[in-house]
Design a protein. Structure first.
Length: 413
C-alpha cells in the first residue's frame, strides 16, 4: 500500500489514486450514517420504545449535530491542520456509533446520534478543504468529481445496504458497521494522509474571528452563488431519497430486489455524470459544464413534473418514471463538483471554514426537501417530481446570481 508521511504536504507532489479513494470513502461516512438505518426505523421504534414516528426525531438529532459540528470543524481544521481534526472527529463518531449500538434508552440513543454527527461532520468538511489546499480550478474540479462520486453514490445505495444487513441481523448491526468503518478510516488516514495545510497558513481560533470569517465568506458573491447551487443539488437528491420508499414500494409496486436494482442504476447514472465531468473539465470551462448539467436537469425535471401531474409518469409507466429520475441524477454529476470548487476560489486561506459553511447549508436546506415531499399528497409520482423540481429551480436561481459574480481568473485553467 502506498504511504504518505504525516509531514505537511508538499505542493506539486500530487495525490495517489489510493489517497483519493480513501478521502472519498471518508467523505461517504456521513451519507452512510444518515441513510443506512432508514429501513430499520420500525425496529428502532419498537426496541427503544420511543413510539410511532420517534425514529424521525433520531434523524433530526443527527442533522442538528451535523449542522453544529460543521460550523466547529471548519475553523478547527483551519487552526490545527487537516489531519488531526479529521481523525479525532472520526474517533468521536466511532465511539458514539458504538453507543448507538449498545444503548437501550430512546433518549440516550438520540444523544449518541447527536454526538456521532458532531464528530462525523469532520468527514464532510475536511476532505473538501484538503482538495482546496492541493488544487484549484480544473485540477480541483477533477479531484472534487472523484470525491463527489463516492459522496453522491452512497446516499443512493446506503438504504439498500441497510436492508441487506437487516436480512442477516438486527438494526444494531448497522451501527457496529459504522463504528468499524470509521476505525478503518482512521487507520488509513494515519498511514497515508499528509497534512495539506502548512503551519504558516493556519489561522487563529477565536469566537469573534470565527463569526467574522463566516460572515465574510457568506457575503462573497462567488461563494454564495456557487454554494447555493451545490446546496440545491443536494436538495434534489434528498427529495428523491425522501420519497423513494413510497414511490417505488407503494406506487410502482417494486419488489425489494427491483427497488435495490434501480438504486444501483441511479447510482450508475450519477457515477457516469461525475466521471464525464472529470474528463471534460480540462477541455471545457467549469461554468459551461455546470450550466450544461443545469439545463439538462431543468429539461428532465420539467418533463417529469408535467408527466407526473398528468398521470403519465407513475404507476402505469414505471420504466419512464425511473428513466426520468436517473436522467436528473446524472445531470447532478456535472453540477455539484464544479459548483463546490468555484465556491472555494477566493477562500484558500480558510478553506475549512468555507467548506463548513457549505456543508451546513447543504444539510440545513437539503433536509427541508423531506418536509416538502411529506406535505404533498402521496399515492403518485407527484411528490418526487415536485420535490426534485423545486431543487432544480433553486439551482437555476442561484446560477443567475453566479452570472453576476466576479469572473474566475485565468489561473483556473
Amino acid at each position: 500500500m502506498p504511504r504518505f508521511s504525516p509531514a505537511p504536504f508538499v505542493p506539486g507532489s500530487g495525490f495517489t489514486p489510493w489517497l483519493i479513494v480513501l478521502l472519498g470513502l471518508v467523505t461517504a461516512i456521513g451519507p452512510v450514517a444518515t441513510d443506512m438505518y432508514l429501513p430499520a426505523f420500525p425496529e428502532v421504534e419498537h426496541d427503544l420504545g420511543g413510539g410511532k414516528g420517534s425514529a424521525q426525531f433520531t434523524l433530526a438529532a443527527w442533522f442538528l449535530g451535523l449542522a453544529l459540528g460543521q460550523f466547529s470543524q471548519g475553523p478547527l481544521s483551519d487552526r490545527f491542520g487537516r489531519r488531526v481534526p479529521l481523525m479525532l472527529g472520526l474517533l468521536i463518531f466511532a465511539i458514539a456509533s458504538a453507543g448507538c449500538a449498545i444503548v437501550q434508552d430512546y433518549h440516550l440513543f438520540c444523544v449518541c446520534r447527536f454526538v456521532a454527527a458532531v464528530g462525523g461532520s469532520a468527514s464532510a468538511v475536511i476532505p473538501r478543504a484538503i482538495v482546496r489546499d492541493v488544487a484549484t480550478g480544473k485540477k480541483g474540479a477533477k479531484l472534487m468529481s472523484q470525491l463527489t462520486l463516492v459522496f453522491g453514490v452512497m446516499p443512493v445505495l446506503a438504504p439498500s445496504f441497510g436492508s441487506l444487513v437487516l436480512q442477516f441481523g438486527n438494526w444494531r448491526w448497522i451501527f457496529w458497521i459504522g463504528t468499524l468503518y470509521a476505525l478503518a478510516a482512521i487507520v488509513g488516514l494515519f498511514c497515508c494522509l499528509p497534512d495539506t495545510l502548512r503551519p504558516e497558513r493556519r489561522v487563529a481560533l477565536s469566537p469573534v474571528k470565527i463569526l467574522t470569517r463566516y460572515i465574510t465568506i457568506s457575503q462573497e458573491p462567488l461563494f454564495l452563488s456557487n454554494a447555493l447551487i451545490a446546496t440545491f443539488s443536494t436538495f434534489v437528491m434528498f427529495a428523491y431519497l425522501g420519497s423513494a420508499p413510497v414511490l417505488f414500494e407503494q406506487v410502482l409496486h417494486f419488489t425489494p430486489g427491483q427497488f435495490g436494482a434501480f438504486f444501483g442504476v441511479n447510482a450508475a447514472a450519477f457515477i457516469l455524470g461525475t466521471q464525464i465531468n472529470g474528463r471534460l473539465v480540462h477541455r471545457v470551462a467549469m461554468p459551461v459544464l455546470l450550466e450544461t448539467g443545469l439545463f439538462w436537469a431543468l429539461g428532465a425535471g420539467a418533463l417529469f413534473t408535467v408527466l407526473a401531474l398528468t398521470g403519465i409518469a407513475g404507476e402505469h409507466h414505471a420504466i419512464l418514471t425511473c428513466a426520468l429520475i436517473a436522467s436528473i441524477t446524472g445531470a447532478l454529476g456535472f453540477i455539484g463538483p464544479n459548483a463546490t470548487v468555484m465556491s472555494f476560489y477566493h477562500h484558500g486561506q480558510h478553506a475549512g471554514s468555507a467548506s463548513a459553511l457549505l456543508g451546513t447549508m447543504q444539510f440545513g436546506i437539503g433536509s427541508l426537501s423531506s418536509v416538502l415531499v411529506g406535505l404533498l399528497p402521496g399515492g403518485s409520482a407527484i411528490p418526487t417530481a415536485i420535490g426534485m423540481m423545486v431543487g432544480i429551480l433553486g439551482m437555476a436561481g442561484a446560477d443567475l446570481m453566479r452570472r453576476h459574480a466576479p469572473e474566475i481568473g485565468a489561473d483556473e485553467d
